[in-house]
Design a protein around this ligand. Sequence first.
Ligand SMILES: *[C@@H]1O[C@H](CO)[C@@H](O)[C@H](O)[C@H]1NC(C)=O
Ligand SMILES: [Cu+2]
Length: 565
Amino acid sequence: MNVIFLFIFLVGGLNFFYEQIKVNALPASSPLRARQDNSDNSLGTWKIVGDSGVSAMHAVLIAPRKVIFIDRLEQNHLKRPDGLAAISSEYDLDTNQARPLTVYTNTFCSAGSFLANGTLIEAGGSGGDDLNYRSGLQTLRIYDQGKGDWIELEGVLPSNRWYPTMITLPDGNILILGGSTGSTGVNKLEINNPTYTIYPPPSGVFMQDYNFDFLATTLPYNLYPMLHLIPNYEGKTLLFVLASKQAIAYDLGIGKTVITYPDLPGGFRSYPLTGTSIMLPLSPTDYYNPTVMVCGGNKAQEITSVSEATCGRLDLNKPNAQWEMDNFGGTPRVMPDAVYLVDGSIMFVNGGGSGYAGLRKGKGANALFVANDPVLFPYLYDPFAKTYKALASSTIPRMYHSIATLLPDGSVLVSGSNPSNAVTLDVKFPTEYRVEIFYPPYLYSTIPRPTILSLESFPINQQRIKVFYNQVITLVIQLKSTDPPSLKATIIHHGFVTHSTNMNQRYVYLDIEDSYVDKSASDQYILTLRLPPNPTIIAPGPHYIYIFNYDAPCVSGVEVLLNSQ
Ligand SMILES: *[C@@H]1O[C@H](CO)[C@@H](O)[C@H](O)[C@H]1NC(C)=O
Ligand SMILES: [Cu+2]
């Protein structure tokens, strides 16, 4: 095996392979990816592990082994202690049980993001029916980690927000952008909300709305605008925003559009012609040069319209940047989800081959779903080689209102799908409660996986370990390998995902500054990593630090709380 192994990596150009590990002999991190081993599971595997209790319209990793699901106001089978249907749950990845959480206001098509202090904020939603299920249009929700439940602040948003996007800013406050002021299948002038607001309010007690004209010029396909923080060294708060086909760079500090990018060729990309966007992994080797990738969508809001089979990549810092197009692996997809894997590759998953995002029309035998042709297989995308590889298929269609999120063990949680306006089980695309895990090919690699034993001498994943920008941190890892390892390090924010929009999802390679053999124990190494220099590269908040050996991820990432002080 070693000979084959050697051959593969020499061909791959990793010429440090022959070196024996000794003090300082491990290679520094680089964005080069190793190739996969071939095995029976070389396309990954799927497993149905449990029941989400509430349909997973929104999902967020809240702790290393816990995911919060948020649905909308509907009669889910999971009940709260007061007997009413739960609309949010906390899913335990060890027991695969869902615990009901308490939400009284309608979270239908809302949004979420973390504050710098690690507290999860959720905002917006739809109208309510009665005292127990109240309007969420102006509600802001705080997840109280100590209590393990939601606190709802009703009426604190200055305007109604359905379908907004939220991100954490470099200063640790949260931006809530766009949406509509009332329920709709597609945005229109009368209910457009071309403004943003900030929580906590930067000055005074009350939150305020500020104009954001770009959202007035991108109707009607501008709900859940694509929003990414642009890295820079000038301390600017620069936003990449894409809605419909239009894209800009916006300087929030001066309140101005600073770059208008060319329109993205192909169909529309925003709700309900929903595509997805992701910031490609950022690396210190090129000073965090940002490239955004936008994939899927549709050309027309028609049930029979074949989904968009293109992606565009845009190098945001390049003068006169142009979209670099590809065929999205050759498969049309509307409502895709994009998830970073630990090794810096990207998984595209979920969605349909035709139609658009929206609720089923008609009842019973006359049910008419507005998206069809579920795409059951994910693609593994290599951002360096720009190649797509089709992976193993799931058996469960994941249509409108489904989610996917990376877990700290390197697997991907997939759940949701609920294109009906109330819980409906006996139709082609029912209200889904099944939680599935996808185990990507790298988990079946014969390359040994590292285990992170400690970070700054703290045991891992007991509590969030506080770390700072530009800090050099020390990790002790265990790696049982007869072959010299090739270690890389990364920090990932897993994001808050809903409607193919993964708010804040971020991947940043970390420099491994030094590496030593730990003489106090066998198979142990001590690594020092430098964290990103400033909060425009990755906003403050709870993130996970990973080590990987070639492409084999560590057994678990370490939860940290990155902040400025
Ligand atoms: C974080 O800040 C928010 C807003 O100021 C506050 O409500 C929350 O309790 C804080 N969380 C922690 C853990 O201090
Ligand atoms: Cu929705």
